[in-house]
Structures are given as structure tokens and as C-alpha cells.
Design a protein around this ligand. Structure first.
Ligand code: PMP
Length: 438
């Protein structure tokens, strides 16, 4: 499969070579560097993307969860083109921002909003806000949770089995070069789906924990849904200890439903972080909060700032995405496609007698190459890495584009996918399963 892959990508190979002279590592982001080589893209249309070698793919990568509108959606093209003609940056608000804020309030049940440019910024603002409101410095974070690349959240993101320590007292492991050890004094690490661990931490660090940040559906370890009562239980526990709850919905925000996991599970946190899909392919982020939390911004205890915050182009794109693409009708269609895909893949797994889990939540899905249900990051560590890469290659050579980090990343359906796209992906999966279970 690797040979086939390389044969299909001669122009990408040339560009990787040329790029390595001007771009560090030959790519524009470290996670774009992939084995056997990065795929260089030319354009996208609807549910498809096209690489520089002219190969067409059904896009299941979804731009790491951002492309739920699909590519070049006419409504977004029109809104963005119109805005480009009228100027794209003033560092002053434009009316679209009010429309977007009102719509996010309606969908997520939180009254006040601010904007930024990336998921990293929104989770950074969330942690700053939790501290500014409570006057406390420490915070709870999930083992295996990814929230971007600023210091506070670069702790125990993808710790290796030999460095994680005991379940009761997980090690706090810095996740990247340049992250100071000192930050681990402030981060307290807990496993997902474990309320008693959170309670223990809150008691042990009494009156020092500002709050907790987590993805309400964990999506950095395959896809792990919350146990019934977990999210609600977290809110109750944290509030009892004077601490706040932040849902990082950067990935789950518009992929699990129109109002994210917040609406899907009916638990409204103190802060919601959004990014990725909100801009329909243009970079934009948002942070929403209760009147109490956002009061810290209103009265200046926390200055939430940024040159490009509420950028007119981003606001126009977000408005068109929410108003015209991510509608209830779209979510109805996405649900039907997702359940067709889930059904086909489960059937394949059952027919082959392999015991893997196909997990999907809304428009997102993944295969967990493990027989047991995964409830937290430690369970996820036992998932076999080799299958993911092989699956990625088979899908790729069969015309479906998935993120290159199979063990962690998932597929995403878009508003422009159709049954034929789903069937192609399911067919490739059958080819892959037949090959590995032979
Ligand atoms: N939070 C979550 C849950 C994410 O998945 C990501 C990106 N994968 C981020 C935050 C960071 O977003 P960005 O890459 O836009 O900074």
C-alpha cells in the first residue's frame, strides 16, 4: 500500500523536497508532516479534495474537524467574496459579530461571547478567565486531553505508558519542547469519566482550583462519549467547591450537533470554547460564558484582546456558516449518513469476526482497534497503532482522505457529503478488513 501511495504522489514528493528548503520540516505545521509523505493539496469542491497530482478524494479528514461545511460552499463563497470587496480588517467590530453572538447564545445557552482566531486562543482565554473570576491559579485537566499548544494545556496530552504513573496519582508530563516544568505545579491531571478522581483533587487542593477544562466528548483518544451523569456531576462538584467548568468544544462544537455537546447532553458549563468549524473554513474562534464569568471581561478584570478578534472576514464566514449551512436540516441529513456509515462498518467488523469498536457521535466517527469499550485515555493506550496507519493507507489509495494520525484522529462528514461518498469509504474499509483478517 505504501508503494501505491508513493506512486500516486510524484508532485507532492517534489514539493516536499522544495519546501524543506524554505519551510521548517517541509510543511506549514508540524502535524502536516506525515509518513510516508505529506500530501500537498490543490483545491476542494463540495465533499471532495484534490491533490497536486490530480488525485480526487472524498474528504473524510475534514481539516482536523473544521470542514463540516465541505469545500467552497456557495453560501460561504458569496458571503466571503462580498466581504473581501468591502475590506477585511479594521480592528473595529462589524454588525455580523452581533448576529453571530446572538446565534451562539441561542445554540449554546450562554449569554455573552467574544471572538479570537484559533482553538488555542479560546482555551487560553478560558483558563485565564477561570483564574480571573475565582482568584485561584490551579486547574483540572484530563489525562490525554488536547486543547491547543499554549503552556497551561500542554500537560499530559499524549503521555507514553511508561511515563503516566499510577491511576490514582497520574504524573504531570509536559507535552512539548519549550513547555516549562513549572506549569505542571498548576495542572492537576484526572482521568475522563471518573467523578471521584475530580472530587479527590478538589478536596486535596481545597480552594486552589479555579476550574476544569475538558472536551465533553473526548476526541483526542479516538472518540470517547461521556458516561451518563458525568458532565452534570462535574458541574455540581466543581460548583460545590467554588470552581468553574469549561467545555472545550473546539472540535465537538458543531460536529456533534447544532449546539455542540452542550446542547446534545443538556449540561451548560460556565464557559464554552469554539473554533474550527465555526468559520466554515476561515480561521475564527469564540468563547462564551455566563454573565458572572464574562463580567470579568465587562469590568476589565480580564482584557480579552487580539488584533484580529472579530475580524470582519471571519465574522461574515461564521454568519454564513451558521445561517445557511449548519441548519437543522443539514444535521438531519448528517445523522442519516452517519448512521448508514456506522451500520455498514459494524456489519463489516461482525462479518469478519474481528472485535473492534466503531464509534460515532454526530458527524464524527472512528474505529477503535480494540475489543473492549474505551472509557478513558489509559484504555486508549492499548489500541493497536499499526492498524490505523494501514487503514489510512488503504483509504487513501482507495480515494478517501483521512487525517494521517489514525490512532487519534477521526473522520468528519460534511454538509456536502452524500451516500455515494459514505459508500466509498465503507467499501474501502471492507477491503482493509479483508486484508488484515485474512
Ligand atoms: N481544542 C481541541 C479539542 C482541539 O481538538 C484543538 C485542535 N485539534 C484545539 C483545541 C486547538 O485548536 P487550534 O489548532 O485551532 O489552535
Amino acid at each position: 500500500q505504501q508503494e501505491i501511495f508513493l506512486k500516486r504522489q510524484p508532485r507532492s514528493a517534489e514539493l516536499v523536497e522544495e519546501a524543506s528548503r524554505y519551510l521548517a520540516g517541509g510543511a506549514t505545521s508540524s502535524w502536516q508532516i506525515a509518513k510516508p509523505q505529506a500530501v500537498w493539496m490543490s483545491h476542494g469542491a463540495g465533499s471532495k479534495v484534490y491533490d497536486v497530482d490530480g488525485n480526487e478524494y472524498v474528504d473524510m479528514h475534514g481539516g482536523y474537524g473544521a470542514s463540516i461545511a465541505g469545500h467552497a460552499h456557495p453560501a460561504i463563497v458569496a458571503a466571503v467574496s462580498d466581504r473581501v470587496r468591502r475590506g477585511t480588517h479594521f480592528a473595529q467590530p462589524t454588525e455580523d459579530a452581533i448576529w453571530v453572538g446572538r446565534e451562539l447564545s441561542r445554540r449554546f445557552g450562554l449569554p455573552l461571547w467574544r471572538f479570537g482566531n484559533s482553538g488555542t486562543e479560546s482555551t487560553m482565554d478560558a483558563i485565564h478567565l477561570m483564574r480571573a473570576v475565582t482568584g485561584r491559579d490551579m486547574y483540572l485537566k484530563l489525562e490525554g486531553g488536547y486543547h491547543g499548544h499554549h503552556d497551561s494545556v500542554q500537560v499530559s496530552v499524549m503521555p507514553a505508558a511508561e511515563e503516566i504513573g499510577s491511576r490514582e496519582r497520574p504524573n504531570r508530563v509536559t507535552a512539548n519542547g519549550g513547555i516549562p516544568r513549572a506549569i505542571t505545579d498548576l495542572a492537576v491531571i484526572v482521568p475522563f469519566n471518573d467523578l471521584s478522581a475530580v472530587e479527590r483533587a478538589l478536596v486535596e487542593h481545597r480552594c486552589r482550583i479555579a476550574g476544569m477544562i475538558l472536551e465533553p466528548v473526548m476526541m483526542n483518544a479516538g472518540i470517547i462519549p461521556p458516561d451518563p451523569g458525568y458532565l452534570d456531576g462535574l458541574r455540581t462538584l466543581l460548583h460545590r467547591h467554588g470552581a468553574l467548568l469549561t467545555f472545550d468544544e473546539v472540535k465537538t462544537g458543531f460536529t456533534t450537533g447544532p449546539g455542540g455537546a452542550t446542547a446534545r447532553y443538556g449540561v451548560v458549563p460556565d464557559i464554552v470554547c469554539l473554533a474550527k468549524a465555526l468559520g466554515g473554513g476561515i480561521s475564527v474562534a469564540a468563547i462564551g460564558g455566563t454573565a458572572e464569568v464574562m463580567g470579568a471581561i465587562v469590568d476589565g478584570r480580564y482584557e480579552q484582546v487580539g488584533t484580529f478578534n472579530g475580524n470582519p472576514l471571519a465574522m461574515a464566514a461564521a454568519r454564513a456558516t451558521l445561517a445557511e449551512v449548519l441548519t437543522d436540516e443539514t444535521y438531519g441529513r448528517l445523522d442519516r449518513l452517519a448512521s448508514s456509515l456506522q451500520q455498514q462498518m459494524e456489519q463489516t467488523v461482525a462479518d469478519a469476526g474481528v472485535r473492534w469498536n466503531v464509534v460515532s457521535v454526530g458527524a464524527k466517527g472512528c474505529v477503535i482497534f480494540k475489543p473492549e469499550r474505551v472509557r478513558d485515555f489509559r484504555d486508549f493506550l492499548g489500541v493497536d497503532d499499526r492498524y490505523s496507519h494501514a487503514h489510512w493507507l488503504v483509504q487513501h489509495n482507495g480515494g478517501a482522505f483521512l487525517p494521517p494520525w489514525g490512532k487519534v484522529e477521526q473522520w468528519l462528514l460534511s454538509a456536502q457529503h452524500d451516500q455515494a461518498d459514505i459508500d466509498l469509504f465503507a467499501r474501502n474499509f471492507r477491503t482493509f478488513v479483508a486484508a488484515v483478517s485474512r
